[in-house]
Design a binder for this molecule. Structure first.
Ligand SMILES: *Cc1c(COP(=O)(O)O)cnc(C)c1O
Length: 397
């Protein structure tokens, strides 16, 4: 089928919610993608922070295919091995106690919210169900996680939204602590706000919030759907802050490209769910979990994380050499970077970059967002940033 027919069929049968870029990717290798004309692109997006080991990774493929050949699915009515193996890895790395598996970031956050509310209900009864979230946050697309998302543009059309969310400003300790009244059961934070504009939280803020929350038995939920699994050069983003969350949600980078969500439950909430209180038909799927085990095994190695840090610094140093009048600031941590732009539109730049062979993302606040596969090589980085420099130069008036 040619690209034109693919587009026509999509237009006819795929729901209108996606405004896709005009490219059909057919193949990937390492941190490179190839379109239907076999044109090569450097990938600074990894399918929105998902393909952490890039494309065609041999060990990942082997792990997934081996399980696929044995058994693809059996549901949570029965035992399988990979989900327990993955849960043990995640608990050992995080210091958390138990894991609930689902299939996406929104679901991982739904579970986090349920766990926090049930913890509070069991201990204090009704009326203590509010979750504080941050302005500019993003927590997902379900009716509840949209309500959790602290951006007005997501609070349209789909009324009524789930009750019980209040928004506070990031890095505003006073405002956040003042909002911690006796209706609040949890605070939910992204270590670096991703969709909102690649906005890192300050360590002082997170530590102060964690301390005040603990005093009031308010749970700290870290939404690490984007920041988790090595993205910020620590295995978990919360490790930058030296705090211990009560609940951590994971998704994007965990499955190496296959859909997975995971909610890690700390001491306070490890027994919050009883039989039947939470469930998912596909959650903990053995094929997906076998792949995720390989992702976690590789990414959690200190040498791998050192590489992520080095590559992040390399991108920053190359970008600094571009001296573009349009780049106001480079923000982020590790391989989660945002170029705050001024004078040009991030969406327009991203489109031009794609045409020039570099895949990027945008984020709120006119930000060009870079989330390369964690295995990207230095030469791929160099080539990618070269395209960025040339494209920015070409946009100067
Ligand atoms: C992408 C994202 C989500 C939603 O994940 P889905 O898999 O699209 O449901 C939630 N929280 C954060 C921080 C995200 O970046």
């Amino acid at each position: 089928m040619d690209f034109k027919s693919i587009k026509a069929r999509d237009k006819e049968y795929i729901a209108n919610s996606y405004n896709r870029q005009d490219v059909w990717f057919k193949k990937g290798r390492g941190a490179r993608l190839y379109d239907d004309q076999n044109r090569e692109y450097i990938d600074f997006a990894s399918g929105i922070g998902v393909s952490s080991l890039g494309y065609g990774d041999k060990q990942y493929l082997k792990a997934v295919l081996k399980q696929l050949g044995k058994l693809c699915h059996s549901s949570n009515l029965f035992y399988t091995a990979p989900d327990g193996r993955l849960a043990a890895q995640l608990c050992q790395l995080s210091g958390m106690k138990k894991v609930f598996f689902s299939n996406s970031g929104a679901e991982a956050n739904e579970c986090a919210i349920k766990a926090a509310r049930k913890y509070s209900f069991d201990k204090y009864g009704e009326g203590r169900s509010t979750v504080l979230t941050l302005r500019n946050s993003f927590h997902g697309r379900t009716v509840t996680t949209l309500a959790a998302t602290g951006q007005d543009k997501f609070h349209n059309y789909f009324f009524p939204f789930t009750e019980g969310f209040r928004y506070v400003d990031a890095n505003d300790v006073g405002g956040t602590v003042a909002a911690m009244d006796d209706t609040v059961c949890a605070v939910m934070l992204e270590p670096v706000q991703g969709e909102g504009g690649v906005l890192p939280l300050s360590g002082d803020y997170v530590r102060a919030v964690a301390k005040e929350a603990a005093k009031r038995d308010i749970l700290l939920i870290m939404d690490e759907v984007q920041t988790g699994i090595g993205r910020t050069e620590k295995f978990f983003g919360f490790e930058h802050f030296e705090v211990k969350p009560d609940i951590v949600s994971l998704a994007k980078g965990l499955g190496g490209g296959l859909p997975i969500g995971a909610t890690l439950l700390g001491e306070k909430v490890e027994r919050v769910f009883g039989y039947g209180d939470q469930g998912s038909t596909f959650g903990g799927n053995p094929v997906v979990c076998a792949g995720a085990c390989e992702v976690v095994r590789r990414v959690s190695q200190p040498a791998f994380l050192d590489e992520v840090a080095k590559k992040g610094a390399l991108i920053r140093s190359f970008v600094a050499e571009i001296h573009s009048p349009y780049v106001k600031e480079v923000r982020g941590r590790g391989l989660m970077l945002g170029l705050a732009l001024e004078g040009i539109e991030a969406a327009e730049l991203s489109k031009k970059l794609l045409a020039a062979g570099l895949v990027t993302l945008t984020a709120g606040g006119n930000t060009l967002r870079l989330l390369p596969p964690l295995i990207i090589s230095e030469s791929e980085i160099e080539r990618g940033v070269k395209i960025l420099g040339k494209t920015l130069k070409g946009m100067e008036k």
